[in-house]
Design a binder for this molecule. Structure first.
Ligand code: TXA
Ligand code: MG
Length: 323
């Protein structure tokens, strides 16, 4: 059935809607975002409603050049400046003490705001047409897998908004890495599109504060998140297969082929035939969506190597899994 949303590449149309406090889906290099004027509570409220997102889960604001950050945060530590210089535009979000201009709704009442400069030509161009930053969470219903194509957004939120700016498939495919600061010390709050190794090359040793349910200030880190519609088990495929012999099983692997030797496996998705963790990251969310309509009852997902983007992929698979 036809949904309300129109998909296209008309930046002028997207800008007009955003200036009128409407929500618009926007492409980024990580995942598609559901955007609104970050400085208007009425506009931001529409994001929470469309996603069915709880108000305790704060949003990231998106800007089109690094210097703009000064308008929205009280202080930028030296390490944050270094990270911005290296990784912006790109999949890195910085959490810093906010100025009053940022509504409490955006930050869920926290004294800090999350900021990033996305690396996508259409969205950067759109931002330069606007006099305000865009608050944008991933454009999926709360708790579900993030969208990496305009069609993913249309399929799930097509009746909740009127325009989807189509920037093609997302080139990273995983959400941004989120970094907070304790003084000048950098803390990773969410693993994402920039690896720990890359961050540490620039900022030195960082601490991992990957928020669990006991630390609700980064609720995107809620334990059950990124979940597809079917039960997903995560770990060593051979071990998992021992306990899932009777079910119609779909497996997600990094690079190995199990199905050729085990024809009882109903479906197999190989995330990266080239053993490339970046390629695996790019394919992950698309594959998780495919499992929803595939003729299988359970998903068994293989643990990736704990290096590069493998860590962030493992983080998402663990959160998507039945434990
Ligand atoms: O790549 C991305 O980051 C994408 C694209 C659209 O930019 N956005 C995204 O947003 O993943 P979302 O809403 O799905 O995740 C944002 C997460 C929150 O769930 C929370 O964990 C963290 O950012 N966050 C936001 N503001 C925060 C704050 N003030 N303190 C700590 N964590 C915060
Ligand atoms: Mg999200």
């Amino acid at each position: 059935m036809q949904k309300r949303a129109v998909t296209g590449t008309d930046i002028g149309r997207a800008a007009r809607l955003l200036k009128a406090d409407e929500i618009v889906a926007i492409p980024t290099e990580t995942v598609y975002g559901l955007a609104a004027n970050a400085l208007h509570e009425d506009a931001v409220l529409k994001i929470f409603k469309a996603k069915n997102r709880p108000f305790f889960d704060p949003l990231i604001i998106h800007i089109s050049n690094a210097a703009e950050i000064e308008k929205y945060v009280l202080d930028v530590p030296e390490k944050a400046k270094l990270l911005m210089e290296h990784f912006w535009p790109g999949p890195l979000t910085l959490v810093l003490p906010k100025k009053d201009i940022i509504p409490d709704l955006v930050t869920s009442g926290h004294p800090t705001v999350a900021v990033r400069m996305p690396d996508h030509p259409l969205t950067l161009q759109l931002l330069t047409c606007l006099e305000f930053p865009l608050a944008a969470p991933s454009a999926n219903p709360f708790g579900y897998v993030s969208p990496t194509t305009a069609k993913h957004v249309y399929d799930q939120l097509g009746d909740e908004l009127s325009y989807i700016l189509d920037g093609g498939p997302c080139k990273i495919g995983l959400e941004s890495t989120i970094i907070g600061f304790d003084g000048n010390e950098a803390q990773v709050l969410r693993l994402g599109g920039i690896s720990l190794e890359e961050i540490e090359n620039v900022a030195g040793k960082v601490t991992l504060q990957l928020n669990q349910a006991s630390r609700p200030d980064a609720p995107g880190q809620l334990s059950s998140h990124y979940a597809p519609g079917k039960p997903l088990f995560f770990g060593d495929i051979k071990e998992l297969l021992k306990t899932h012999q009777k079910e119609k099983t779909g497996i997600i692997t990094f690079s190995s082929d199990f199905k050729s030797s085990l024809p009882t496996i109903a479906r197999q998705w190989i995330l990266s035939p080239h053993k490339d963790l970046n390629e695996a990251a790019k394919n992950l969310f698309h594959v998780l969506r495919e499992t929803d309509t595939a003729d299988i009852d359970v998903i068994l997902a293989e643990k990736m190597p704990e290096a590069g983007l493998g860590r962030a992929i493992n983080d998402r698979l663990l959160r998507a899994s039945v434990r």
